[in-house]
Design a protein around this ligand. Structure first.
Ligand SMILES: Nc1ncnc2c1ncn2[C@@H]1O[C@H](COP(=O)(O)OP(=O)(O)OP(=O)(O)O)[C@@H](O)[C@H]1O
Length: 316
C-alpha cells in the first residue's frame, strides 16, 4: 500500500534520510520507532510529499506520488489522511466545522457534508459534540476530532505523527484502541511514527527502527521476534547485555503457560537456573523471553526446545 524506495533528504549539511526503503502492506498498522532526530517526521512528510525527497520514489495506493505534478498530487493526497501530535484543529471553528473542512475543500455539497460529518463523529465516539469548540474538549477528544477529519476524504492510508505523545497513558490507550478498531473495521492501513515502544507493542503488526536517517531493522513483529539478535526483541525484553558466556536466551511465542522449562528438566539430565526474563502481551499475542543457565547434558535439551519452536540463543 505504501512503497518508498531509496529515499534521501538533506537540509543543508544535515542528512535527515539516508537511503530509506519502506514497504507497508495493505491493512496493516506499521510503526516507525526511533529517538528524536532519527528522521521519522521527515520520512512521514516524504510519504505524502509535504516534503519532496532529494532522491527516491514514493508510491501510495498504486500511484507514484513522486512522479505527479502539484495539481495531480493534491488530488492523490485525498487518499492519505494525517493526524498530528498537537491535533492541528482550527480553534475558531466548531468540532463539526473542523471535520467538514476537507469536505468543503473537495467541494462536497452541504447536505452530504452534514450527513458525512455526523457519521464520522459517531465513528470516533463524539456523536452529539459537533457544536462544541475545540477548547471545550479534552486532549483525547481533540485527537478524535483530528481522526474524524483525517477520515473525511475516505483515505486508503492514515499517517499518524506522534498522535498520542501529548496524551496521558489512559487516553493514549483509548486512542490506540480507536485506531485498532478503524484498522479492523475499515481495513484502514496506518503508518505511525512514535518514540514510544509501548505504542509499537500494543498496536503494530510491523515496525521499522530508525536511527541517523536509516532503517536499522524492519519487518513484521512476529518475524523479528523470531530473528536471532533482533534489536526490537532486545528493546522489548531488556536483559543485561552482554549475556554471560554459556547462558541461553529463550524466546517463545504462543502459550506462555506451557511448562517448557519443567519439561526439559524432566526429560533430560539438566538443571536450569533462571537468570532473568519477562512476558509481554504484544498485538499478535503473548511473547516471553527467558535467560537461563543450563548444567548437565545441555545439547539434547536445547535441540528439544528448538523443536518446540522456541528461539534458542547460546551466548559465546
Ligand atoms: N525543516 C528542517 N530544516 C532543517 N533541518 C531539519 C528540518 N527538519 C528536520 N531537520 C533535521 O533532520 C533530522 C531528522 O529530523 P526529524 O524531525 O525527521 O527527526 P524525528 O525522528 O522525527 O525527531 P523528532 O521526534 O524530534 O521530530 C534532524 O537532525 C533535524 O534537525
Amino acid at each position: 500500500m505504501i512503497q518508498a524506495s531509496g529515499l534521501h533528504k538533506s537540509y543543508g549539511e544535515t542528512v535527515a534520510l539516508d537511503g530509506v526503503d519502506l514497504h507497508v502492506r495493505e491493512g496493516e498498522i506499521y510503526g516507525v520507532l526511533g529517538r528524536s532526530g532519527a528522521g521519522k517526521s521527515t520520512l512521514l512528510r516524504c510519504v505524502n510529499l509535504l516534503e519532496r525527497p532529494g532522491r527516491g520514489t514514493v508510491t501510495v495506493a498504486g500511484q507514484e506520488l513522486t512522479a505527479l505534478r502539484s495539481g495531480e498530487l493534491n488530488h492523490a493526497r485525498r487518499r492519505i489522511g494525517m493526524i498530528h501530535q498537537h491535533f492541528a484543529l482550527l480553534s475558531s471553528r466548531t468540532v463539526a466545522a473542523n471535520v467538514a473542512f476537507p469536505l468543503e475543500v473537495m467541494g462536497v455539497a452541504r447536505a452530504e457534508r452534514e450527513r458525512r460529518v455526523a457519521e464520522l463523529l459517531d465513528l470516533v465516539g463524539l456523536g452529539g459534540r459537533g457544536g462544541d469548540r475545540p477548547h471545550q474538549l479534552s486532549g483525547g477528544q481533540k485527537q478524535r476530532v483530528g481522526i474524524a477529519r483525517a477520515l473525511a476524504g475516505d483515505p486508503a492510508v492514515l499517517l499518524s505523527d506522534e498522535a498520542t505523545s501529548a496524551l496521558d497513558p489512559a487516553t493514549t490507550r483509548s486512542i490506540l484502541d480507536l485506531l485498532k478498531r478503524l484498522n479492523a473495521e475499515l481495513g484502514l492501513t496506518i503508518l505511525l511514527i512514535t518514540h514510544e515502544m509501548n505504542v509499537v507493542k500494543s498496536v503494530c503488526d510491523s515496525v521499522a527502527i530508525m536511527a541517523g536517517g536509516r532503517i536499522e531493522e524492519s519487518g513484521s513483529i512476529a518475524g523479528l521476534i523470531r530473528t536471532p539478535g533482533s534489536r526490537l526483541t532486545r528493546e522489548i525484553f531488556p536483559l543485561p547485555e552482554p549475556a554471560p558466556a554459556g547462558s541461553v536466551t529463550l524466546t517463545f511465542t504462543g502459550d506462555p503457560q506451557r511448562p517448557v522449562v519443567s519439561e526439559v528438566v524432566r526429560e533430560f539430565d539438566v538443571e536450569v537456573s533462571i537468570l532473568g526474563g519477562s512476558i509481554e502481551d504484544l498485538a499478535g499475542g503473548a511473547v516471553g523471553r527467558l535467560r537461563v543457565a543450563l548444567t548437565g547434558e545441555a545439547a539434547p535439551a536445547l535441540a528439544y526446545l528448538r523443536e518446540r519452536g522456541l528461539l534458542v540463543e547460546v551466548a559465546r
